[in-house]
Design a protein around this ligand. Structure first.
Ligand SMILES: Nc1ncnc2c1ncn2[C@@H]1O[C@H](COP(=O)(O)OP(=O)(O)OP(=O)(O)O)[C@@H](O)[C@H]1O
Ligand SMILES: [Mg+2]
Length: 275
Protein backbone atom coordinates (compact mmCIF):
# COMPACT_ATOMS: atom_id res chain seq x y z
CA UNK A 1 0.00 0.00 0.00
CA UNK A 2 2.81 2.38 1.00
CA UNK A 3 6.40 1.35 0.45
CA UNK A 4 9.75 3.08 0.98
CA UNK A 5 12.76 1.39 -0.67
CA UNK A 6 16.09 2.73 0.58
CA UNK A 7 14.82 6.33 0.43
CA UNK A 8 17.20 9.26 0.78
CA UNK A 9 16.23 12.90 0.75
CA UNK A 10 18.15 16.14 1.17
CA UNK A 11 16.98 19.69 1.81
CA UNK A 12 19.67 21.55 -0.15
CA UNK A 13 23.19 20.19 0.28
CA UNK A 14 22.97 18.15 3.50
CA UNK A 15 21.31 14.71 3.25
CA UNK A 16 18.54 14.33 5.74
CA UNK A 17 16.44 11.19 5.26
CA UNK A 18 18.96 8.38 4.86
CA UNK A 19 18.28 4.82 3.74
CA UNK A 20 14.69 4.53 4.96
CA UNK A 21 12.87 1.31 4.00
CA UNK A 22 9.52 0.06 5.29
CA UNK A 23 6.19 -1.20 4.03
CA UNK A 24 2.66 -0.51 5.29
CA UNK A 25 0.02 -3.07 4.37
CA UNK A 26 -3.60 -2.22 3.45
CA UNK A 27 -5.79 -1.42 6.46
CA UNK A 28 -2.90 -1.02 8.93
CA UNK A 29 -2.77 1.75 11.54
CA UNK A 30 0.88 2.68 11.92
CA UNK A 31 2.32 5.32 14.25
CA UNK A 32 5.43 7.30 13.29
CA UNK A 33 7.36 8.48 16.34
CA UNK A 34 10.65 10.23 17.01
CA UNK A 35 12.28 13.27 18.57
CA UNK A 36 11.77 16.83 17.30
CA UNK A 37 13.56 17.25 13.99
CA UNK A 38 13.87 13.46 13.49
CA UNK A 39 12.42 13.74 9.97
CA UNK A 40 8.81 12.65 10.55
CA UNK A 41 7.17 15.52 8.65
CA UNK A 42 9.72 15.15 5.87
CA UNK A 43 8.85 11.45 5.58
CA UNK A 44 5.13 12.38 5.45
CA UNK A 45 5.75 14.82 2.61
CA UNK A 46 7.61 12.06 0.72
CA UNK A 47 4.48 9.86 0.97
CA UNK A 48 2.28 12.09 -1.14
CA UNK A 49 4.81 13.33 -3.67
CA UNK A 50 5.13 16.84 -2.18
CA UNK A 51 8.80 15.88 -1.88
CA UNK A 52 10.49 13.35 -4.17
CA UNK A 53 13.32 11.07 -3.01
CA UNK A 54 16.81 11.99 -4.17
CA UNK A 55 17.66 8.28 -4.10
CA UNK A 56 15.48 5.20 -3.68
CA UNK A 57 11.77 4.83 -4.36
CA UNK A 58 8.44 5.63 -2.70
CA UNK A 59 5.39 3.74 -4.00
CA UNK A 60 1.78 4.41 -3.03
CA UNK A 61 -0.79 1.83 -4.18
CA UNK A 62 1.80 0.69 -6.73
CA UNK A 63 2.45 4.23 -8.10
CA UNK A 64 6.01 5.52 -8.01
CA UNK A 65 5.67 9.04 -6.50
CA UNK A 66 8.60 10.33 -8.62
CA UNK A 67 6.78 9.42 -11.85
CA UNK A 68 3.16 10.15 -10.90
CA UNK A 69 1.64 13.66 -10.95
CA UNK A 70 0.87 14.92 -7.43
CA UNK A 71 -2.77 15.49 -8.49
CA UNK A 72 -3.10 11.77 -9.34
CA UNK A 73 -1.50 10.78 -6.02
CA UNK A 74 -3.98 13.04 -4.19
CA UNK A 75 -6.76 10.57 -5.06
CA UNK A 76 -4.81 7.80 -3.31
CA UNK A 77 -3.21 9.52 -0.36
CA UNK A 78 -4.68 12.24 1.84
CA UNK A 79 -2.28 14.39 3.86
CA UNK A 80 -3.14 16.33 7.00
CA UNK A 81 -0.52 19.01 7.72
CA UNK A 82 1.08 19.33 11.16
CA UNK A 83 -0.68 22.69 11.55
CA UNK A 84 -4.24 22.81 10.10
CA UNK A 85 -3.95 26.57 9.58
CA UNK A 86 -1.36 25.93 6.84
CA UNK A 87 -4.06 24.00 5.03
CA UNK A 88 -7.10 26.27 5.46
CA UNK A 89 -7.44 28.97 2.81
CA UNK A 90 -11.15 29.43 1.95
CA UNK A 91 -13.91 31.67 3.30
CA UNK A 92 -16.36 29.02 4.49
CA UNK A 93 -16.18 25.52 5.90
CA UNK A 94 -18.17 24.18 2.92
CA UNK A 95 -15.69 25.71 0.43
CA UNK A 96 -12.83 24.28 2.43
CA UNK A 97 -14.29 20.77 2.22
CA UNK A 98 -14.89 21.32 -1.50
CA UNK A 99 -11.20 22.12 -2.01
CA UNK A 100 -10.21 18.51 -1.43
CA UNK A 101 -12.73 17.39 -4.05
CA UNK A 102 -11.99 19.93 -6.79
CA UNK A 103 -9.05 18.01 -8.23
CA UNK A 104 -10.24 14.53 -7.45
CA UNK A 105 -13.98 14.29 -8.23
CA UNK A 106 -15.13 15.56 -11.64
CA UNK A 107 -18.90 15.21 -11.18
CA UNK A 108 -20.52 18.28 -9.49
CA UNK A 109 -23.47 16.39 -7.98
CA UNK A 110 -21.10 13.80 -6.51
CA UNK A 111 -18.94 16.62 -5.06
CA UNK A 112 -21.99 18.21 -3.39
CA UNK A 113 -23.10 14.85 -2.06
CA UNK A 114 -19.68 14.22 -0.50
CA UNK A 115 -19.52 17.72 0.97
CA UNK A 116 -22.88 17.19 2.70
CA UNK A 117 -21.75 13.78 3.95
CA UNK A 118 -18.52 15.26 5.40
CA UNK A 119 -20.31 18.18 7.10
CA UNK A 120 -22.74 15.72 8.69
CA UNK A 121 -20.04 13.22 9.71
CA UNK A 122 -17.95 15.93 11.41
CA UNK A 123 -20.95 17.87 12.77
CA UNK A 124 -19.76 21.04 11.02
CA UNK A 125 -21.74 24.13 9.96
CA UNK A 126 -20.81 24.68 6.29
CA UNK A 127 -21.50 28.44 6.43
CA UNK A 128 -19.04 29.20 9.24
CA UNK A 129 -15.75 30.95 8.58
CA UNK A 130 -12.89 28.48 9.30
CA UNK A 131 -10.74 30.98 11.21
CA UNK A 132 -13.63 31.81 13.56
CA UNK A 133 -13.61 28.21 14.83
CA UNK A 134 -11.72 26.64 17.75
CA UNK A 135 -8.42 24.83 17.08
CA UNK A 136 -10.19 21.46 17.40
CA UNK A 137 -12.95 22.51 14.96
CA UNK A 138 -10.34 23.82 12.49
CA UNK A 139 -8.57 20.46 12.74
CA UNK A 140 -11.90 18.78 11.92
CA UNK A 141 -12.39 21.03 8.86
CA UNK A 142 -8.87 20.24 7.61
CA UNK A 143 -9.45 16.52 8.17
CA UNK A 144 -12.87 16.65 6.44
CA UNK A 145 -11.23 18.26 3.41
CA UNK A 146 -8.53 15.57 3.35
CA UNK A 147 -10.86 12.58 3.63
CA UNK A 148 -13.63 13.86 1.32
CA UNK A 149 -11.90 12.38 -1.78
CA UNK A 150 -11.92 8.99 0.05
CA UNK A 151 -8.18 8.32 -0.17
CA UNK A 152 -6.88 4.76 0.37
CA UNK A 153 -4.09 6.02 2.62
CA UNK A 154 -4.26 8.81 5.18
CA UNK A 155 -1.03 10.43 6.33
CA UNK A 156 -1.68 12.46 9.47
CA UNK A 157 1.05 14.71 10.83
CA UNK A 158 0.32 15.15 14.56
CA UNK A 159 -3.48 15.29 14.23
CA UNK A 160 -4.08 15.82 17.97
CA UNK A 161 -1.35 18.29 18.95
CA UNK A 162 -2.79 21.40 20.59
CA UNK A 163 -6.21 19.84 21.15
CA UNK A 164 -7.88 19.46 24.54
CA UNK A 165 -8.93 16.02 25.77
CA UNK A 166 -12.44 16.17 24.27
CA UNK A 167 -11.27 17.47 20.91
CA UNK A 168 -8.51 14.84 20.80
CA UNK A 169 -11.02 12.06 21.59
CA UNK A 170 -13.40 13.31 18.86
CA UNK A 171 -10.66 13.43 16.21
CA UNK A 172 -9.25 10.03 17.19
CA UNK A 173 -12.73 8.50 17.16
CA UNK A 174 -13.19 9.68 13.56
CA UNK A 175 -9.75 8.46 12.49
CA UNK A 176 -10.34 5.12 14.15
CA UNK A 177 -13.71 4.75 12.39
CA UNK A 178 -12.05 5.46 9.02
CA UNK A 179 -9.43 2.82 9.77
CA UNK A 180 -12.13 0.29 10.73
CA UNK A 181 -13.80 1.03 7.39
CA UNK A 182 -10.55 0.08 5.60
CA UNK A 183 -8.48 3.27 5.28
CA UNK A 184 -4.75 2.71 5.85
CA UNK A 185 -3.34 5.17 8.40
CA UNK A 186 0.16 6.53 8.97
CA UNK A 187 0.02 8.91 11.93
CA UNK A 188 2.81 11.00 13.43
CA UNK A 189 2.32 11.48 17.14
CA UNK A 190 4.28 12.54 20.20
CA UNK A 191 1.41 11.34 22.40
CA UNK A 192 2.31 7.84 23.54
CA UNK A 193 -1.15 7.31 25.08
CA UNK A 194 -2.80 8.01 21.71
CA UNK A 195 -0.28 5.72 19.98
CA UNK A 196 -0.84 2.87 22.45
CA UNK A 197 -4.64 3.24 22.27
CA UNK A 198 -4.99 3.36 18.48
CA UNK A 199 -1.97 2.16 16.50
CA UNK A 200 -0.98 -1.47 16.05
CA UNK A 201 2.50 -0.95 14.59
CA UNK A 202 5.14 1.72 15.08
CA UNK A 203 8.02 3.20 13.11
CA UNK A 204 10.63 5.11 15.08
CA UNK A 205 12.90 7.76 13.53
CA UNK A 206 15.95 9.53 14.84
CA UNK A 207 18.29 11.85 12.95
CA UNK A 208 16.69 11.09 9.58
CA UNK A 209 17.03 7.31 9.96
CA UNK A 210 14.49 4.62 10.78
CA UNK A 211 15.85 3.13 14.00
CA UNK A 212 12.96 0.89 15.05
CA UNK A 213 9.96 -0.91 13.62
CA UNK A 214 7.58 -3.39 15.22
CA UNK A 215 4.29 -3.74 17.03
CA UNK A 216 3.52 -0.82 19.35
CA UNK A 217 3.84 -3.22 22.29
CA UNK A 218 7.31 -4.41 21.28
CA UNK A 219 8.49 -0.93 20.38
CA UNK A 220 7.46 0.73 23.64
CA UNK A 221 9.34 -1.98 25.54
CA UNK A 222 12.49 -1.52 23.47
CA UNK A 223 14.41 0.72 25.85
CA UNK A 224 17.35 1.23 23.46
CA UNK A 225 15.14 2.45 20.61
CA UNK A 226 12.92 4.57 22.87
CA UNK A 227 15.97 6.21 24.52
CA UNK A 228 17.70 6.87 21.22
CA UNK A 229 14.59 8.67 19.93
CA UNK A 230 14.10 10.52 23.27
CA UNK A 231 10.73 8.85 23.79
CA UNK A 232 9.07 7.61 26.97
CA UNK A 233 6.62 4.71 26.72
CA UNK A 234 2.93 5.14 27.60
CA UNK A 235 2.13 5.05 31.32
CA UNK A 236 0.88 1.45 31.66
CA UNK A 237 3.79 -0.26 29.82
CA UNK A 238 6.14 2.11 31.65
CA UNK A 239 4.67 1.08 35.03
CA UNK A 240 4.67 -2.60 33.97
CA UNK A 241 8.40 -2.47 33.20
CA UNK A 242 9.19 -0.68 36.47
CA UNK A 243 7.34 -3.15 38.68
CA UNK A 244 8.10 -6.32 36.74
CA UNK A 245 10.47 -7.42 39.55
CA UNK A 246 7.41 -7.61 41.86
CA UNK A 247 5.98 -10.45 39.77
CA UNK A 248 6.32 -11.74 36.23
CA UNK A 249 2.54 -11.22 35.78
CA UNK A 250 3.20 -7.48 35.37
CA UNK A 251 5.88 -7.70 32.70
CA UNK A 252 3.60 -7.89 29.65
CA UNK A 253 0.78 -5.54 30.82
CA UNK A 254 -0.01 -2.89 28.21
CA UNK A 255 -3.59 -1.75 28.91
CA UNK A 256 -5.44 -0.80 32.12
CA UNK A 257 -7.43 -4.06 31.92
CA UNK A 258 -4.24 -6.10 31.54
CA UNK A 259 -2.66 -4.31 34.51
CA UNK A 260 -5.76 -5.00 36.64
CA UNK A 261 -5.75 -8.69 35.74
CA UNK A 262 -1.96 -8.89 36.36
CA UNK A 263 -2.57 -7.39 39.84
CA UNK A 264 -5.40 -9.87 40.47
CA UNK A 265 -3.16 -12.78 39.38
CA UNK A 266 -0.31 -11.52 41.57
CA UNK A 267 -2.69 -11.22 44.57
CA UNK A 268 -4.02 -14.75 43.83
CA UNK A 269 -0.45 -16.09 43.70
CA UNK A 270 0.32 -14.35 47.05
CA UNK A 271 -2.84 -15.86 48.61
CA UNK A 272 -1.89 -19.32 47.38
CA UNK A 273 1.59 -18.93 48.77
CA UNK A 274 0.19 -18.30 52.29
CA UNK A 275 -0.11 -21.37 54.57
N1 LIG B 1 11.78 23.21 4.25
C1 LIG B 1 12.91 22.87 4.88
N2 LIG B 1 14.11 23.33 4.44
C2 LIG B 1 15.26 22.98 5.05
N3 LIG B 1 15.34 22.16 6.12
C3 LIG B 1 14.18 21.69 6.60
C4 LIG B 1 12.90 22.01 6.01
N4 LIG B 1 11.92 21.39 6.71
C5 LIG B 1 12.55 20.69 7.68
N5 LIG B 1 13.90 20.88 7.62
C6 LIG B 1 14.91 20.26 8.49
O1 LIG B 1 14.82 18.84 8.32
C7 LIG B 1 14.95 18.19 9.57
C8 LIG B 1 13.71 17.30 9.82
O2 LIG B 1 12.58 18.13 9.99
P1 LIG B 1 11.12 17.56 10.13
O3 LIG B 1 10.20 18.72 10.11
O4 LIG B 1 10.92 16.49 9.11
O5 LIG B 1 11.20 16.87 11.59
P2 LIG B 1 10.01 16.32 12.52
O6 LIG B 1 10.46 14.97 12.98
O7 LIG B 1 8.72 16.44 11.83
O8 LIG B 1 10.09 17.32 13.76
P3 LIG B 1 8.89 17.85 14.74
O9 LIG B 1 8.63 16.75 15.74
O10 LIG B 1 9.51 19.05 15.38
O11 LIG B 1 7.69 18.18 13.90
C9 LIG B 1 15.15 19.26 10.62
O12 LIG B 1 16.52 19.40 10.85
C10 LIG B 1 14.58 20.50 9.96
O13 LIG B 1 15.24 21.66 10.44
MG1 LIG C 1 7.00 17.45 12.18
Amino acid sequence: MLKFDDVHFAYGAGGFITGVSFEIRPGEFVALMGENGAGKSTLCRLCNGLLKPSLGRVTVCGYDTARTPTSALAKRVGFLFQNPDRQLCRNTVREEVELGLEYTVADKTEREHRQDAMLELFGLDGDREPFGLSRGERQKVALASVIAPEPDVLVLDEPTTGLDYRECAAIMDLISRLNSAGTTILMVSHDMEVVSDFASRALVMSGGRLIGEGTVRETMRDIRVMDEASLLPAQIPSLAMRISDLGEEYAGAFTVDEMVSAAENARGACGRAKP
